[in-house]
Design a protein around this ligand. Sequence first.
Ligand code: ZN
Length: 187
Amino acid sequence: MSNDGEKGPKPGEAARRPGETKQAGGGTSPPAPRRRPGEKPFIPFARFEDVVVRCGHVEKFGLLPEGQDRFREGRRKKAMGRDCKACRERKQREEQEAAQARRAEKEKRKMQDAEQTPGPEKAARSQPGRLPDGSQFEVRYDAAKERWSGSLTVPTPGGTPATFTGSGSALFPLLANLDKQYRATLT
Ligand SMILES: [Zn+2]
């Protein structure tokens, strides 16, 4: 059941009706009219005053009639401790736009990765032929960065092996990229 008699109305909620006084120790307060939950007695603001809020802008602060505004100071403090409505809305809009920009940037990086590292079938088709005997791939996955990095070492007729390095988000495109780097030295 409601214990309004103990807690009283919340800040912002209209205070008790004129003439109604708080009963100490749960005395013989008249039965309150039944209200549906969430329904509050409506008392219009008597007047407004200008307060400077956190962002430095001025907002209208509504005052209930004298004697019916027990929580005025609490409400005032709360109003002054936050930004004005316009600033709060702008901030929310900026946060949404920043999140959108981050998503777009991520999508763009993904596309660039895909461009830089052609798919294995495509690389194989455009670069026929096999690697020299003893060619060696070495790859390592970094889970934190979600990237593969690795090298391809190819023996050369001169005796000094040629090494190609690279990294990418997917393993097979990385292998194809290293292979492509080697083949570019052949032309
Ligand atoms: Zn503001």
